[in-house]
Design a protein around this ligand. Structure first.
Ligand SMILES: NC(=O)c1ccc[n+]([C@@H]2O[C@H](COP(=O)([O-])OP(=O)(O)OC[C@H]3O[C@@H](n4cnc5c(N)ncnc54)[C@H](O)[C@@H]3O)[C@@H](O)[C@H]2O)c1
Ligand SMILES: [Zn+2]
Length: 343
């Protein structure tokens, strides 16, 4: 499937399908004329897919393999990669290719966004989370000591090429992280995404789920690329989720914390009278179906972290509350109001 996203800097396609890695250079239009590419990937993905991609690119194509995991999304490594690009003669019209999950995508996208004031880049997501979420919408970032994603830009890619075959090697725990974000879309949109997740995500419907999620994200980012309004809906489960992530000292992965965050918000929404009990029970059952447990921390300890959330503006957080399946709303709240809402 081909979905075109109309971003501020121009339109770009998100192409999903099978066996696409080998076709990526042609699909994304890289290495045309005298231009080169540089592939960024991590040390888990490299042994699985780097050769396939490199075999479709000109001989001698630059490639950089970073250690896997969130720790690689750092300023120092971004600097090293920028120096490498410069040292290797990477030019303004050359293209960065991010082959991997959200970590590689965010890091490579960030590097591409600042190298020579911005060079083109292509996202080649290899995790469920990256396929349905991080590869689309142009958010790039590295983490700072003070918090996740604190240095970054909105810098849309030239293309996203998602080879669904790569998902076959994804470890179970990583699959579960993607499901956490998929459940976010299920609650936000209701409809077919919710039905797929209720029925059970498997090989037969993963492609459909990815396409539906990409299309929903397209509608959101086309309306609000810079997250001044409705893009904030995509933070459903995230304000609390990020706080749980921080409280666990990154012991719980992101997608798992998002799922816990959705449960906390669903419970608060039903208590506040926003969410019909029937919808609450379906959301809870869905979270349980995929093995997500309740947040194990006290509200007080989790709330401690929300005051550091980078999304606080004028002393208010934009909490995403649930009014029904497929009907969420953004409510600005002070930290105290949020505490009251959650307790
Ligand atoms: N830019 C955005 O809009 C956005 C949105 C959501 C999340 N994110 C970011 O995405 C990151 C999380 O992304 P993620 O969950 O993809 O994590 P990740 O990139 O760390 O990948 C998860 C793990 O799976 C491995 N892996 C990747 N693909 C594989 C494959 N096909 N087979 C086997 N192993 C594979 C990786 O090496 C890694 O160990 C976070 O840093 C988060 O902040 C960004
Ligand atoms: Zn997320």
């Amino acid at each position: 499937m081909r979905t075109v996203i109309n971003a501020s800097g121009g339109a770009y396609p998100v192409i999903t399908g099978h066996g696409l890695l080998k076709e990526l250079p042609a699909l994304a239009g890289v290495c045309r004329g005298n231009t080169k590419a540089a592939v960024f990937t991590d040390d888990n993905v490299a042994p699985l897919y780097l050769d396939t991609l490199l075999s479709a690119l000109p001989e001698g194509t630059l490639h950089y393999v970073v250690p896997h995991g969130e720790k690689s999304k750092n300023w120092a490594l971004a600097g090293e990669l920028l120096e490498k690009l410069a040292g290797d003669g990477f030019c303004r019209d050359d293209t960065v290719i991010a082959l991997g999950g959200g970590v590689v995508g965010d890091l490579a996208g960030f590097v591409a966004s600042v190298y020579m004031r911005g060079v083109p880049y292509v996202q080649a997501p290899t995790t469920l989370l990256a396929a349905i979420d991080s590869s689309v919408g142009g958010k790039t970032a590295v983490d700072l000591k003070a918090g996740k994603n604190l240095a970054g830009r909105i810098y849309p890619p030239r293309a996203v090429v998602c080879d669904l075959d790569t998902l076959s090697t994804l470890p179970k725990a990583e699959w579960k992280c993607g499901i956490g974000e998929a459940l976010k879309y299920a609650v936000l949109t209701g409809g077919e995404i919710f039905d797929i997740m209720e029925k059970g995500l498997d090989e037969s419907n993963t492609e459909r789920l990815v396409d539906l999620a990409v299309d929903y994200k397209r509608r959101i980012v086309e309306a609000d690329e810079n997250e001044g309004g409705i893009r904030r809906l995509l933070n459903l489960g995230h304000t609390v989720g990020h706080a749980i992530e921080a409280e666990s000292a990154m012991g719980f992965p992101h997608g798992v914390c998002v799922a816990m965050g959705i449960k906390v918000i669903a419970r608060a929404s039903v208590k506040a009278g926003f969410l019909p009990k029937e919808d609450y029970l379906r959301i809870s059952a869905l979270l349980q179906k995929y093995g997500f447990s309740d947040c194990p921390y006290s509200l007080a300890s989790v709330m401690e972290h929300t005051v550091h959330d980078k999304k606080i503006a004028d002393g208010k957080l934009n909490a995403v509350v649930i009014r029904g399946i497929g009907n969420c709303d953004i409510l600005p709240m002070t930290a105290d109001e949020l505490k009251g809402f959650l307790s």
